[in-house]
Design a protein. Structure first.
Length: 368
């Protein structure tokens, strides 16, 4: 068992800066939990408090049901993998991996067995005699993970471990870390600002902004049911489109309107928007849910079509992004690369309205 519970955790740095505010969440045994948010949101501070490297200003931290606020890092049965790997440059890979076990006075043959097992799992057995400077970035990263694995800790903490790797290696290590998680059957808390990393690896994502947790949920939940405009805009690439609009009652039901923009609200969503009739809302729709009408193969609903002028065509290979000016607001559509859309020309876009989101203009909380 290795459950980690944060109860009303606060961090106020000695200079008075309130970096983490009332963090409340549970990382279940064997869960891969990702702390996600923009730079400075407090995710590393949270991780360091779990590790015991940073004092907790308020609240309780429990590991396996025991309050550990005042327990030394070395007694928390946690292994930390740092962003810069923190390998000892003068030691071989073997000694780097063995170091923690030697400190803890493990018998020599036990150390040897653990280092070799971990090296095998990570495919670095042939590198054990090398020094860190003789390794590539990806290999160093594996050694840093190896050093954590040999400890066989209750909880692994990772602080942006892939940020120093090139894009290709990052994708590879992402899937390897995920496999490793299954293989080790371990509880992992992983910090990143990269939403793709979070979406691909996490069982649970904790999204933070300015020290405050914005949403806790599965990748599916935070993508399809974002709690507020910040989460909606942070998860997904390119980000969700937002249009400052008004909800009005019109022909046959409710409509979302803005300058040069009028689309019908699906019947099922009318109840949820009932309190917002004649009020301003922020309408949201993802680029992948906006289609070039010319290319759309499904059933076309006339009340979900808008017109705009194509500002920019961005071909990405497997898809093309169209930046379209609709009544002065810019919308991005992710469309099939066979599109005939040209910059400066008018285009008709079809919106998949059942994927629409709406946010309260003041609180930015999701209405639907
Ligand atoms: P990044 O992705 O850039 O590492 P982060 O989300 O991990 O960001 P933290 O490192 O947790 O953010 O920092 C949260 C906030 O606390 C930041 O505004 C940072 O400037 C501030 N902070 C961090 N360490 C200290 C400190 N020792 N004293 C005062 N403020 C600090």
């Amino acid at each position: 068992m290795a459950q980690v519970v944060l109860e009303n955790i606060d961090k106020i740095y000695p200079n008075g800066f309130h970096a983490v505010k009332q963090a409340n969440f549970t990382i279940e045994d064997k869960e891969f939990c990702v702390l996600l948010g923009p730079s400075g949101c407090g995710k590393t501070t949270t991780l360091r408090m779990i590790a015991g490297l940073e004092e907790i200003s308020g609240g309780r931290l429990l590991i396996d049901g025991k309050v550990v606020n005042d327990v030394e890092p070395k007694d928390r049965d946690i292994a930390f993998v740092f962003q810069n790997y923190a390998l000892y440059p003068h030691m071989t890979v073997y000694d780097n991996m063995a170091f923690g076990l030697k400190l803890r006075k493990f018998p020599k043959d036990e150390i040897d067995r653990r280092v070799k097992d971990a090296a095998k799992i990570l495919d670095i057995a042939h590198l054990l005699d090398r020094k860190p400077k003789q390794l590539s970035g990806g290999q160093r990263q594996r050694v840093a993970v190896g050093r954590a694995i040999v400890r066989d800790p209750k909880v692994f903490l990772f602080d942006e471990p892939l940020s120093n790797l090139d894009a290709k290696l990052r994708v590879q290590m992402r899937s390897e870390l995920k496999k490793l998680h299954h293989r080790l059957n371990a509880t992992i808390v992983y910090v990143t600002h990269d939403q793709v990393e979070a979406m691909t690896m996490a069982d649970k994502i904790v999204i933070m902004k300015d020290g405050v947790i914005q949403q806790i949920g599965s990748p599916h939940e935070v993508y399809f049911k974002p709690a507020n405009k910040f989460v909606a805009g942070f998860i997904g690439t390119p980000p969700m489109n937002f249009i400052e609009s008004k909800i009005i009652r019109g022909d046959g039901g409710l409509w979302v309107t803005a300058e040069g923009f009028k689309v019908k609200v699906p019947k099922d969503y009318e109840d949820m928007l009932a309190d917002y009739i004649d009020k301003d809302v922020v309408f949201g729709i993802r680029p992948e849910n906006i289609h070039d009408k010319e290319l759309f193969k499904g059933e076309i609903e006339g009340d979900a079509i808008i017109k705009g002028i194509v500002d920019v065509v961005e071909p990405l290979g497997s898809e093309t992004l169209l930046h379209v000016n609709v009544g002065g607001q810019s919308l991005v559509a992710k469309v099939d690369p066979i599109t005939k859309a040209k910059e400066g020309q008018e285009i008709e876009l079809l919106l998949e309205m059942h994927t629409m989101h709406a946010f309260d203009k003041e609180t930015e909380k999701a209405i639907l």
